[in-house]
Design a protein around this ligand. Structure first.
Ligand SMILES: *[C@@H]1O[C@H](CO)[C@@H](O)[C@H](O)[C@H]1NC(C)=O
Ligand SMILES: *[C@@H]1O[C@H](CO)[C@@H](O)[C@H](O)[C@H]1NC(C)=O
Length: 339
């Protein structure tokens, strides 16, 4: 009995010791428990958020993002890694960003996605709308800090580009540089070298229109040191490309006899609290979805038609009374005034 107790204690101690590094999106180590081990995850400036365009503040002084060195990122191979939480591509320091308050150098990119046949996958939302996936390109402030390990500890240390990904009719060849190779890193901890490719092609065309706010990493330790840029325009991949992302990886290591699919690796939107989301562009009528615009146009047309018909019939009913004495002159004058 005593031995069992001691064994149990030892076991729970081991669990507790492992706890910090072991996190998931659902279950006993899921996102609602992250703040037990990582205080920042319960902070007031967390990411992602649901961007409510009616509350966004337009700042015309925000310049377009200018990625430098994205098109030909050197000769060195990239590392493609399944880290058990996502697929990550290492990026060279020859890639950096202009258009932010300071210079930020690229570190890595990774994805968040959902699962087959289910809505959701992106971390950021726009007016409550989710997207099938999201790409994050992580940079650190190289103007103030020597390396990413140091920058990670500082409030102005990181800048992330968020690209919402939607599904279109055609494949996006830039994304195949990653998606074609997932079969070689199916299990957690596996990594391969891949040839460098044009990272700019992963971005949407319009880099001048974006949302900007102060937030955090979207995974533990959830450090609140990220200057976020979420592009308004989405990137597009095909349905079969999305399925390869959703069905290609496991969150478990190769030795594990019960492989767990790596899906639904997105965090729920966090409270905005006192923060302001800025936009580099006037978020006007585009705040309405296509469906809402159709509804508004038809609603207005129908309203006008109803008013017209009402007036038409009222006038028709009143006219005979006016014309009780059907004098020629009356008719003529009504014709003359008439429309
Ligand atoms: C990062 O920079 C700090 C400060 O200069 C230094 O102490 C540390 O060794 C560097 N770490 C790495 C991983 O290069
Ligand atoms: C982010 O926080 C810093 C420091 O408080 C502030 O100067 C900056 O204006 C904030 N940026 C945004 C986009 O809110």
């Amino acid at each position: 009995m005593l031995l069992t107790l001691i064994l149990l204690q030892g076991f729970s101690h081991t669990l507790a010791a492992n706890h910090g590094s072991h996190w998931t999106y659902k279950g006993p180590h899921g996102q609602v428990h992250w703040s037990d081990d990582h205080l920042d995850c319960g902070g007031q400036a967390q990411s992602p958020i649901d961007i409510q365009t009616k509350s966004v503040r337009h700042n015309p002084a925000l310049p377009p993002i200018e990625p430098q060195g994205y098109r030909s990122p050197g000769d060195g191979a990239f590392t493609l890694l399944n880290n058990g939480h996502t697929v990550e591509v290492s990026l060279p320091p020859s890639m950096f960003l202009r258009g932010l308050p300071q210079t930020y150098v690229a570190v890595q990119l990774h994805f968040h996605w959902g699962s087959r046949g289910q809505a959701g996958g992106s971390e950021h939302q726009v007016n409550g709308e989710t997207f099938p996936a999201e790409l994050h390109i992580v940079h650190y402030n190289s103007e103030s800090y020597a390396n990413v390990s140091e920058a990670k500890q500082r409030v102005d240390g990181l800048a992330v580009l968020g690209i919402l990904i939607e599904v279109g009719n055609v494949a996006n060849p830039a994304y195949d540089n990653i998606l074609d190779r997932l079969k070689n890193i199916q299990h957690a901890g596996q990594k391969i070298s891949i040839p460098p490719f044009d990272i700019h092609e992963l971005l949407p065309g319009q880099l001048g229109h974006y949302f900007r706010y102060n937030g955090s990493l979207t995974t533990p330790p959830c450090s609140q040191n990220v200057l976020w840029t979420v592009f308004h325009q989405r990137a597009r991949i095909s349905a079969s490309q999305l399925e390869r992302l959703q069905g290609g990886l496991y969150s478990t290591e190769v030795a594990n006899s019960l492989p767990v699919p790596l899906v639904d690796n997105y965090r729920a939107p966090q409270l905005l609290n006192q923060r302001v989301v800025f936009s580099s562009f006037p978020v006007g009528p585009s705040a309405y979805s296509a469906g809402e615009i159709v509804a508004i146009v038809f609603g207005t047309l129908f309203g006008c038609l109803s008013i017209f018909l009402t007036i038409h019939f009222v006038v028709k009913r009143i006219r005979p009374r006016i014309n009780l004495f059907p004098l020629r002159q009356g008719r003529d004058s009504s014709k003359a005034n008439g429309s």
